[in-house]
Write a protein of this length. Structure first.
Lengths: 149, 134
């Protein structure tokens, strides 16, 4: 059902790692460590500034892929992966874009389960990779059928 | 000062969270921008056949990463991979666990999981922590 969108990519979207949002995000996952939120602590750290928690890229805008139409309800988050070349620095600009990496179906207890892999790439202004984020979403047969009605 | 290099194979980092509250999930919705109502509104969760609201998988995954936060002066998380294997409900008591599985000169590999009060793993995966201090 989604095999025709494999390889499709979005445009790049400029995001800023905002200090206030990093603080709120760190607090919301119960991790208000000074490396994330205390400006003085960040300056004295090896990074010379504060950094963002590893799961922070979830807040980034990453562009849209027109051809990828997902159901609004019933999606299951199956797997999540982050890869970093270095931590994200508070205050820096990150250019984020999305790629549909894969789609495949497997027989499961609820019929034919669809697995959609969507990867987001975060680059610096020179196009150098900072992080890669992959989300694997499970789309059950019932949800796919409800969508095509 | 914390020192990740003192952790040998088989050693464990662990922390038990306060019982999950609705406010935890409201705050995560706001901070992450994930406003799917099955995480905050009981009626919406029930409509999908759930007994009540469930935590965002990413809330639990975000929490789990804090086991490594004290070590960011020594290096950083290079790879963090999670498979979601169970749901987290309000009042669940979640324990975060990371166990060293391999140690190399520049990298330490961990098996990580979050376990509920019944002993069931709600998510499982691995972390590769790269050492950048010399």
């Amino acid at each position: 059902m989604y095999t025709n969108v494999i390889g499709k990519v979005s445009g790049k979207v400029k995001n800023t790692v905002e200090r206030g949002l990093v603080k709120r995000f760190a607090q919301s996952i119960g991790d208000p460590h000074p490396i994330f939120i205390d400006e003085e602590y960040g300056k004295k750290s090896k990074y010379g500034t504060n950094i963002a928690p590893p799961t922070f890229p979830r807040v980034f805008e990453s562009g849209t892929i027109e051809a990828l139409q997902l159901p609004k309800k019933g999606l299951i988050h199956g797997e999540q992966r982050f890869h970093y070349e270095r931590p994200l620095l508070v205050g820096e600009d990150v250019y984020v874009w999305t790629e549909v990496k894969d789609y495949y179906e497997k027989k499961g207890s609820n019929g034919l389960m669809g697995f959609l892999s969507v990867v987001k790439y975060g680059e610096d202004k020179d196009g150098k990779l900072i992080f890669k984020e992959e989300a694997i979403t499970i789309i059950t047969e019932a949800v796919r059928k409800a969508m095509s009605v | 000062m914390s020192n990740i290099l003192t952790l040998e194979k088989g050693k464990t980092l662990s922390e038990t969270l306060a019982p999950v509250s609705r406010m935890d999930l409201i705050k995560y919705s706001g901070a992450s921008g994930d406003f799917n109502p099955i995480h905050t509104v009981d009626e919406e969760a029930k409509k999908t056949g759930l007994p009540g609201i469930i935590a965002h998988g990413m809330w639990t995954m975000g929490n789990l990463a804090k086991l490594f936060t004290p070590y960011f002066e020594e290096g950083f998380i290079k790879d963090y991979r999670i498979r979601f294997s169970g749901m987290v409900f309000i009042d669940d008591v979640i324990t975060l666990v990371a166990t060293v599985t391999a140690e190399e000169e520049q990298e330490i590999a961990f098996e990580v999981k979050a376990v509920n009060q019944a002993g069931k793993a709600v998510l499982k995966g691995d972390v590769t922590f790269v050492i950048t201090n010399e």
